[in-house]
Ligand binder design. Structure first.
Ligand code: SAM
Length: 236
């Protein structure tokens, strides 16, 4: 009996070790794959590399910045769509705004909203370095207050602000997106927490957002497992 008990302990310890080792291996693989992907993407322009560096050195929560891989995905999608009007909700230090602006059609404009006025100077400096000051308009304010005041029709909207308001933003902008226009939302996998039984408010908000888009018959939608998950929805 004692021996069997000991055997069970040994077996479960081995399983735990295997699981831990498996997880560590998966993390290493994910890191290696990300490095490989970044090594096979068009290089980050100098001004974006400098912006990422300055954000990491001086700004709180630099993980929020899109970064090279996702930045190229956003720039690539925008280059495919050639939008005339883009709306971004959640500027932060401007990395994704600069990427999205790369696909603007001639005469096109991008509006980007953020409530954090402390980053406005840095954003403007990098828009200038990227040669986009005349095409990207930062708006300082709470997106819940700003969005209802926008009287424009958008070809592309990028949602990347507070997670609890994702569904509110979706509802607020839906009628302002043209037919055939796209809504992209970042972080919809929330480090994988959306598939677990996590009960924190951000996970629950993202689960509700993903479910609402999935149930919305007015859109064609899918999720790309890029970084923390990008949801794409085309208004039909
Ligand atoms: C994840 S960061 C955006 C990252 C950026 N799009 C990028 O990829 O580089 C989220 C930003 O949303 C802003 N934000 C959060 N809640 C907001 C609100 N209610 N209205 C406007 N901005 C908000 C924060 O100040 C923060 O700068």
């Amino acid at each position: 009996m004692l021996f069997r008990f000991g055997g069970e302990v040994t077996a479960s310890a081995a399983r735990l070790k295997e699981k831990r080792f498996g997880l560590a291996k998966m993390e290493l693989l994910a890191r290696d794959i990300t490095e490989y992907i970044e090594a096979h993407a068009s290089p980050e322009p100098d001004y974006l590399r400098a912006l990422a560096r300055e954000t990491h050195a001086k700004v709180l929560m630099p993980r929020m910045l899109s970064g090279h891989w996702q930045g190229n995905v956003l720039a690539g999608l925008s280059r495919m769509l050639r939008p005339r009007r883009v709306l971004e909700i959640g500027t932060y230090t401007g990395y994704s705004a600069i990427c999205l602006a790369q696909g603007l059609a001639p005469g096109g404009r991008l509006l980007t909203v953020d409530r954090n006025e402390e980053l406005a100077g840095l954003v403007k400096r990098y828009l200038h370095l990227a040669g986009l000051s005349d095409r990207v308009e930062p708006i300082i304010g709470d997106a819940m207050q700003v969005l209802p005041t926008l009287d424009e029709v958008f070809d592309l909207v990028f949602i990347d602000a507070d997670k609890v308001n994702y569904l509110n933003y979706y509802h607020l902008i839906f009628d302002k997106v043209r037919q055939g226009g796209w809504i992209i939302a970042d972080n919809v996998l929330w480090s994988g927490k959306v598939v677990g039984d996590h009960t924190d408010k951000d996970t629950k908000a993202l689960q509700s957002f993903n479910a609402a888009v999935q149930a919305d018959q007015r859109v064609f939608n899918f999720i790309l497992p890029v970084r923390d998950g990008l949801l794409l929805a085309c208004k039909m």
